[in-house]
Design a protein around this ligand. Structure first.
Ligand SMILES: NC(=O)c1ccc[n+]([C@@H]2O[C@H](COP(=O)([O-])OP(=O)(O)OC[C@H]3O[C@@H](n4cnc5c(N)ncnc54)[C@H](O)[C@@H]3O)[C@@H](O)[C@H]2O)c1
Length: 352
């Protein structure tokens, strides 16, 4: 099989997950790296033996050797970089969130329509081994009709700072950063229903709490404490098929500890996804909780990234349809944009 020549744009904190997973894939040749900060790109080039280093992604996408690109930059650059890469004839794996808002999502969609290249969003949660197993149970009807889902991802202290907390570069706070993971995951498992209404709240009460020095957390490569994004967001989403989804996410909150839960409920069974996969159903007038015996019952970072990257590479090489293509990104950006709009207007947003 031909080796896929990959370039990674953005060599910050998360890029390591992309580099490592590409390195482990025998069908990949890591060929180029780009970062605004040259020494950061050079460090990755040295570590992963990458021949071409760039500080301007416009130059990198012109490299005729490259087949595909990972976009691992600030959210406000996802649109322009993805479009430039697609228009230069490259396959694209774009980190979540797809972009800043629904309008930008439609622009990326237009670019995907004028090329025959693959476009995939890095919804890593979908690629967890436990999710592949759960999806198969769902597709075989074990849960029946899924009519309710609920996710909570509450950090008591975890504003990554830097561009994450600068709305002009991130598009928002915990909702667009961590909320998108669980929202997308549950929406995917629910069968990707069309959104009907959104009612939401955001709060900016606590700031990023730099005064707390006793707990460590994930930080942007260029950490700074400035902050103008929400601390907390919650939302109730109703879908056209009658199903509903509730979510709450925070960067910081006066919570006893970090909390992470994700559950889906159908008329034949349910499933707890976070912290670990448990299937719930009824048999012989008894409720049974079943725990699948698998290597990674919860979300395992390297398992998820390796599966995601392997899937992307395979899609580029074989033409297989990616899990998490542009249409899914557009619908999720519609939901996220509506959540922020509902919170700002303090009213429900209704779609036709
Ligand atoms: N899938 C996940 O679990 C996950 C986790 C963390 C971050 N992310 C996403 O990954 C992306 C990057 O996050 P991060 O934590 O690595 O941030 P980061 O700040 O640590 O790194 C981003 C890097 O991008 C570079 N950059 C920004 N604009 C650029 C441009 N125009 N050209 C070249 N380089 C540019 C910066 O210099 C920086 O080195 C974000 O979209 C974020 O939402 C995803």
């Amino acid at each position: 099989m031909k080796r896929l020549k990959i370039g990674v744009i953005g060599a910050g904190s998360l890029s390591e997950a992309h580099f490592e997973a590409y390195k482990n894939n025998p069908n990949v040749e890591l060929t180029a790296v780009c970062d605004l900060v040259e020494e950061r790109a050079v460090a990755k080039a040295e570590k992963y033996k990458i021949a071409n280093v760039y500080t301007d992604y416009r130059e990198m996408v012109k490299n005729p050797e490259l087949d595909a690109i990972s976009v691992v930059t600030w959210n406000n650059t996802h649109k322009e970089i993805s479009i430039a890469a697609l228009d230069s004839g490259k396959h694209v794996l774009c980190e979540k969130p797809l972009c800043m808002n629904y309008e930008e999502a439609l622009e990326i969609k237009a670019a995907t329509e004028r090329t025959d290249k693959q476009f995939m969003i890095g919804y890593v949660r979908r690629h967890a081994s436990s999710i592949a197993i759960l999806k198969e149970f769902i597709e075989k009807g074990s849960l029946g009709e899924i009519y309710y889902a609920k996710a909570s991802n509450l950090r008591r202290l975890g504003n990554p700072g830097g561009w994450f907390s600068d709305k002009s570069r991130s598009g928002g706070g915990p909702l667009i950063d961590i909320g998108v993971h669980v929202l997308d995951l549950l929406w995917y498992l629910m069968g990707r229903p069309k959104v009907k209404t959104v009612s939401a709240n955001t709060y900016s009460k606590l700031g990023n709490r730099t005064n707390i020095q006793t707990l460590s957390f994930y930080k942007a490569a260029d950490y700074s404490p400035e902050n103008n994004v929400e601390d907390l967001a919650n939302a109730l989403i109703r879908f056209q098929n009658g199903a509903s989804l509730m979510v709450d996410v925070s960067f910081t909150l006066h919570a006893k500890q970090d909390q992470s839960s994700a559950v889906i409920f159908g008329d034949k069974g349910g499933a707890e996804i976070d912290p670990a996969l448990v299937l719930v159903h009824e048999e012989n007038n008894t409720i049974l909780n079943s725990t699948p015996q698998i290597d990674h019952p919860g979300f395992n970072f390297s398992d998820g990234f390796q599966n995601e990257i392997n899937h992307f590479v395979n899609c580029c090489l074989t033409g297989e349809q990616p899990i998490g293509g542009i249409d899914d990104g557009v619908e999720m950006m519609k939901i996220l944009t509506a959540i922020y709009e509902s919170a700002a207007k303090k009213q429900e947003i209704v779609f036709d």
